[in-house]
Design a binder for this molecule. Sequence first.
Ligand code: GLN
Length: 214
Amino acid sequence: MNRDLTIGVLALQGDVREHLSALAECDALARPVRRPSELDSVDALVIPGGESTTISNLAIEFGLFEPIKKRINGGMPVYGSCAGMILLAGTVLDGREDRPPFGGIDMIVRRNAFGRQVDSFEAPVGIDGIDGAPFHAVFIRAPWVEEVGPEAQVLGRVTSGAAAGRIVAVRQGHLLATAFHPELTGDLRVHEYFVELVRQSGSHGVEMARAGVS
Ligand code: GLN
C-alpha cells in the first residue's frame, strides 16, 4: 500500500533495526542509509535514537552531513526520535559546538534534559493528530524542547510526573521529531503518522537528488 515510496533509516549508529521493522510493519518500504548514493534513492528519512554527537560525527565522516542538510532544506520528510530530534533542532543546548545538528525545525532542544541513564522513564504523552489512548512513551537520556519558533507546531507534552508540561513531540511541515522512542514499544501510531506524512509529500526532492541537482 505504501510501497511506492521508500523510507530510509540513517544507519550510522543507534536503534536502526527497530525503526526498519516498525516501518515494515506499517507496510512501508524501508532500507538502511549509510552512503550518499543510498540517501539519493530514498523519499524520506528516519534518524534513530542513539548518540547525537556520534551520529553527527559519523555523518560528516561518511560524507552524508551536507547531503542530508540539503535534502531537509529541499523538503524531504524526516522523522527524528530522541538523538534524531536533537539532530533536527535549529539550536541544541548542552551539545558540542563541533558536532552540529542538521537543523530544520525551529526549536531549541536541550540534550539529556531529563537526567542521566538511570533517570530513563516511561510516561503517557497525548499527541495531536494521533487518535486513541495517550502514547506510552519511553524516554532514554532524552532531550526535551525548551522552546519552539512560530513555524513549529507542538504535538505533544508529558502529561504527568515531575516533567509534566515538557514539550516532547514537534512537527514543522515535512519534519517530525519525538524525544521518546516509539520504535521500542510496538505501538506503531507515530510511524503510521510519519508514513502518512511521507505519502502526502510524494517523492519530494528525490528526483532532484537523483539528477544531482542541489
Ligand atoms: N542522550 C542522547 C544524545 O544526546 C540521546 C539518547 C537517545 O537517543 N536515546 O544524543
